[in-house]
Design a protein around this ligand. Sequence first.
Ligand code: ZN
Length: 78
Amino acid sequence: MEKILCYSCNKSKNKLDVKKSSLLPINLFICETCSFSKFEPRWVIILAGRSKGPDHVKEFIVKRRYVGNEISASELLV
Ligand SMILES: [Zn+2]
């Protein structure tokens, strides 16, 4: 069986929860660690920032609630 990777940290975990994104109307597979930290996948934050405006995702960026390289302001511009 193919292992599903956590949408947020991209790691293969034994247990992933299906969690509704708090930024976009989609479901995410999130591991317990990311779920506990209230992380959203980096690309979800960027997409939400582009469609709803930087203010919408500001908290996630300021509190760094994602895994990966820092999201720059230019990435939020279309
Ligand atoms: Zn994770």
